[in-house]
Design a protein around this ligand. Sequence first.
Ligand SMILES: C[S@@+](CC[C@H](N)C(=O)[O-])C[C@H]1O[C@@H](n2cnc3c(N)ncnc32)[C@H](O)[C@@H]1O
Length: 554
Amino acid sequence: MKKGEIYEGIVEKTEFPNKGIVTVEDRRVAVKNTLPGQKIRFRLKKVRKGVGEGQLLQILEPAANEITPVCPHFANCGGCTWQNLSYEDQRLLKEGQLKELLDGAITAPYVFEGVKSSPRQLEYRNKMEFSFGDEEKDGPLALGMHKRGSFYDIVTADKCQIVDADFRKILCCVLEHFEKKKLPFYHRLRHTGYLRHLLVRKAANTGEILVDLITTTQHLREDGSDYSALTADQSWAEELRALPLEGEIVGILHTHNDSLADVVQNDRTELLYGRDYFYEELLGLRFKISPFSFFQTNSLGAELLYETARSYIGETDDRVIFDLYSGTGTIAQMLAPVAKKVVGVEIVEEAVEAAKVNARLNGLSNCSFIAGDVLKVIDELTDKPDLIVLDPPRDGIHPKALQKIIDFGVNRIVYISCKPTSLVRDLEMLQGRGYQVEKCVGVDMFPFTGNVETVVLLSKGEVDSKKIRVEFSLEDMDMSEFQDGATYPQIKEYVLEHTGLKVSNLYISQIKRKCGIGVGKNYNLPKSEDSRQPQCPPEKEKAIREAFKYFGMI
Ligand SMILES: C[S@@+](CC[C@H](N)C(=O)[O-])C[C@H]1O[C@@H](n2cnc3c(N)ncnc32)[C@H](O)[C@@H]1O
């Protein structure tokens, strides 16, 4: 096989995340956005020893079980991956992928309980971050999701099926308003323009809605004309309030964000109407949620997830439980009524404050929340846990933090994960240190996408963990995902995704040195004093620094 050449083949199976596997000339190639059974044409992008990488050019023949997509945007929109499969077929596909991955990582017999269906399969999302842009170069203003495979083009998601009618009405109202005003959208490469995102959050159980418009603070067009008079007019908020909705708008916000990264983040937020938080109710508890706090995006799915985790934890009476990576304290509060004490640890201070308020609201006096990085806070905890619940972010748990968690020596750990590949990496370490996987189950929180939540029950096996600790040392482990906060590929991916710029290892190492972040002594330094190396241009330096910030490296 040759890089750049075009090949044809039939997709045999899919693997996380969203990779179809094709065998051509005895070589396995992963091609994104394909389904088992499809005959495809692809270009070979990367030749690798194990699995190469191909870029889909055309679907020549559909899979036998393909259906007409439920959503009219599917052909163009990058939001969903599997609109062309029935829900049951999506669930089965996830189940197969998850089982294969777990079977490959779990070393002793365990029970795999399949993947539970999302209680709601359409209109399930309680949060959307719509982006402003245009559908094609110099086209009319668009508001919605990134076009499939495109960093710049946006598809107006006015008929999106994974959110409910209120989201669609809000989107159309805001788009219409700004189309009339002719305000420029923020251009991700040039870093000019005004309109960036529209964040909509709606609680499934209370119907409360929070809307946040995210813009830059720029007021000049590229031709030099001033549009500050237009941005001063906030009548879009009035128009939103007049909309006939099923739910109720309880807060309208305007966030100013001049950062290079293409993410919804908070530099300064103005409250234009109501309050800057909303309430959701899950399993009979009430939660106050602020615009930037983590909250599961599928409320009814979250109830199923937490009930599942609760059943995995088993007996909790008189036990002290640690809820690590606790967000707004949902799991801690679910467990508090049936435990002696629950301690939550969460890095986002705003979420910890909300968790404390939530615990008071729910009349719970036996849970406490601590703000900080689990890796550090864990050393300061005075309680000794009997049980631990782990619900880390997508990249999983820092090995050094996991080591400290294991050192507590509790009999049962429940690990909730939203990324199976980082889960299996952490399971390897847990098993190596004497834990045994008892059972696992998937919970589908994200219909129409390839993602799935997994709940795992681990118990302390017979192995003497002290002995094993001598044989495994952190130095022997693959720490690359965590060294200096992020790997080079992660930084590159982040920069590309958020700015459209491609950066080299050389540039990253140059900026690392500038920021005083450890780089191998001679890594990427010129071979001799007079050899000339290209220097990272300012625009790329800015983008790399944004990535360092995002990964907590500076
Ligand atoms: C998947 S969420 C789980 C939140 C919560 N359990 C829930 O279900 O709503 C992961 C949480 O971990 C937090 N987090 C990320 N890195 C962390 C760290 N190093 N230490 C503590 N919390 C962290 C995130 O802010 C986020 O709230």
